[in-house]
Write a protein that binds this ligand. Structure first.
Ligand code: RET
Length: 253
């Protein structure tokens, strides 16, 4: 038997996420078809939205979250007291992020680098990014405060590595890739950095961290930020890719 842990507000926002991501995938796919030689710039963004649409559908149907329970027996002078702590963790979010954040980085870095060049940078950014999400999940699954914040700090360190790569060596490569690529890369970099910084803050304030904001608000804000970071970011790539020429930048593969 399964129990639906969602409130109706959470369910509504998860449906908004599902429909928004699906529409985003279709729009990016259609624009991508009209890009001709630059259509490869639409592939990663299309799949980011398609994968997220599935993850949101899973969560909206109550299949994407789990209840983590920690039971402690506290010994007191009058005997043992059993203390149970519960928290809801949207595991589907992390599964989505493990796949989609590397694809977002591929979309970003693909604007900056010429064929073959910078493969080590792509590998470093993606490796650190996957570890950022996996260790963030370990933190979310931890009920014990020390474990939770240790994983948070580890995840933040990997986040800094990702930012270091995309702001340092990849940006330098983008500067050599021509004006259009460099301009588009700079724009995407600012959008990505601003939006990605919101995730750890929300994690800290939400149910995974301090619980300062309600789970309803957390689900709503995550849905909006996710739509901007995936659909919004993807639309900036596919509309900007029109101005790129094959001589300038091509994807990392
Ligand atoms: C976590 C855990 C706490 C520390 C850090 C985190 C960073 C998460 C990021 C997620 C980005 C997600 C995106 C999804 C796309 O829609 C895992 C919250 C640093 C940066 C862009």
């Amino acid at each position: 038997m399964t129990t639906n842990l969602l409130t109706s507000s959470q369910e509504t926002w998860l449906w908004i996420g599902t429909i928004g991501m699906a529409l985003g995938a279709v729009t990016i796919g259609l624009i991508g078809r009209g890009l001709g030689a630059q259509s490869h710039h639409a592939v990663a963004s299309f799949f980011v939205c398609a994968i997220a649409a599935c993850a949101y559908l899973l969560m909206a149907r109550g299949q994407g979250d789990i209840l983590v329970t920690q039971t402690e027996v506290l010994l007191t002078p009058i005997g043992g007291i059993v203390k149970s702590t519960d928290k809801v963790v949207f595991v589907a979010r992390y599964v989505d992020w493990i796949v989609t954040t590397p694809l977002l980085l591929i979309g970003l870095i693909g604007v900056a680098i010429k064929q073959g060049a910078g493969r080590a940078l792509v590998g470093t950014a993606i490796g650190a990014d996957i570890l950022m999400i996996v260790t963030g999940l370990f933190g979310a699954l931890s009920v014990n405060e020390t474990n939770k914040y240790t994983w948070f700090v580890v995840s933040c360190l990997f986040f800094l590595i990702v930012l270091g790569v995309v702001w340092g060596p990849v940006r330098a490569l983008a500067a050599e890739a021509g004006d259009a690529a460099s301009l588009l890369y700079g724009k995407l970099l600012i959008i990505l950095t601003t939006l990605w910084f919101i995730y750890p803050v929300l994690w800290l304030l939400g149910s995974e961290g301090t619980g300062t904001i309600s789970l309803n608000s957390e689900v709503a804000v995550f849905a909006v930020i996710d739509l901007l970071a995936k659909v919004g970011f993807g639309l900036v790539i596919v509309t900007g890719a029109k101005k790129l020429t094959d001589g300038e930048a091509v994807p990392a593969s």
